[in-house]
Design a protein around this ligand. Structure first.
Ligand SMILES: NC(=O)c1ccc[n+]([C@@H]2O[C@H](COP(=O)([O-])OP(=O)(O)OC[C@H]3O[C@@H](n4cnc5c(N)ncnc54)[C@H](O)[C@@H]3O)[C@@H](O)[C@H]2O)c1
Length: 326
């Protein structure tokens, strides 16, 4: 198939692109490189540097290539910034997404996989979170993703657009070639591994008095390769689905201390940490149930254990201590 991947130079998009190519698809990789890296796009993909805000360049992509389906990963993703500059999140994650959908429809492309977030649930009442859980995002990032999911449902009803939205929490790990290169790091595992590499002095732990076994928050970590495989499976199930949503998760929460302990074991480094007060809006536990994705998509995470996730991230970070091309 000919697949357009938006956000293809980003952390997850680069690995989705790599895996699509591995399954013999042709990939047109679009990114404006505001956060992504040109080196993160596999050389076999056709790379287009373009912004989804601009309707001309993406339209040109559809005129030039016979696109069969779109995997939409381009987004503003840092939750923290969404609280100080929500406009940026609604523009990119909603308005530019609508640009993309309208261009797709103009070219009669009606298949889309959307990388959503489990942040659409807000503070979960029940763990692990199922798809039927109430949708109450607590930040503008989660709200913007939920709005786009709802737009997809309406586009499905009105225009016959088929879509699957994948909701997940913390992407982690790396493939052999591609990994996480954001500066500053905003995800826990890269933060911990940068301490292991001596690039920072300690890991800040925000809150050690939560009602968990060691007082630190519990989070679900999914290997990026497992996220990529879910995107590929979702594409295969699109024809029979209409507009659907699936959670992806390991069903198991790991605490901040579990991550640090496992990283110590994997890296052999001391990895000092320092306690800080709780951060506002940090739920005690975020874990998604993936029962539906397993039964309907046939998704099975290949790297569910924390050690193999951290091991792969560590291999990548050691090979690229300062990121791509540095
Ligand atoms: N990282 C996670 O833990 C996580 C969890 C749940 C969902 N997601 C979702 O997965 C997707 C990918 O996340 P990521 O962690 O790889 O983030 P990322 O920032 O590494 O990738 C996003 C990419 O989109 C590009 N982009 C942003 N605005 C654009 C625009 N207007 N036009 C073209 N390109 C644009 C950026 O340059 C970047 O390369 C996002 O949609 C995110 O919401 C991520």
């Amino acid at each position: 198939m000919n697949i357009l991947v938006t956000g293809a130079a980003g952390y997850i998009g680069s690995i989705v692109t790599e895996q699509l190519l591995r399954e013999e698809n042709r990939v047109v990789a679009l990114d404006n490189l505001q956060q992504g890296h040109r080196e993160a796009v596999a050389p076999e993909a056709i790379f287009i540097e373009a912004d989804l805000a601009d309707s001309e360049a993406p339209d040109q992509v559809f005129r030039q290539y016979p696109i069969d389906a779109v995997m939409h990963l381009a987004a503003e993703t840092v939750v923290e910034y969404s609280m100080t500059d929500p406009g940026r999140f609604f523009r990119t994650n909603v308005a530019y997404g609508i640009n993309l959908l309208d261009i797709m429809l103009k070219h009669n492309v009606k298949r889309l996989i959307f990388s959503s977030t489990a942040g659409v649930y807000g503070d979960p009442e029940l763990i692990p979170v199922e798809e039927t859980h109430p949708l109450r995002p607590v930040n503008a990032y989660g709200e913007s993703k939920l709005m786009f999911e709802q737009i997809l449902q309406w586009y499905g009803q009105a225009y016959g657009l088929k879509s699957i939205s994948l909701r997940y929490f913390n992407a982690a790990g790396a493939s052999g070639e591609y990994g996480y290169d954001h500066h500053p790091a905003t995800l826990l595992i890269p933060v911990v591994l940068r301490v292991a590499l001596g690039q920072s002095d300690y890991v800040p732990i925000y809150g050690n008095d939560y009602p968990t076994k060691d007082g630190t928050c519990l989070r679900d970590y999914i290997h990026v390769l497992d996220i990529a495989s879910a995107h590929l499976l979702a594409l295969k199930h699109l024809d029979s689905s209409g507009s659907k949503v699936y959670n992806l998760g390991n069903g198991e929460g790991y605490s901040v201390m579990d991550v640090i302990e496992t990283a110590r074991k994997v890296t052999g480094a001391k990895i000092p940490s320092r306690p800080y007060p709780r951060r506002a809006g940090d739920p005690v536990a975020l874990v998604a149930s993936s029962t539906l994705a397993k039964s309907e998509l046939g998704w099975q995470p290949r790297y569910p254990d924390l050690e193999s996730i951290i091991e792969s991230a560590w291999q990548w970070q050691r090979k690229h201590p300062h990121g791509y091309g540095k």
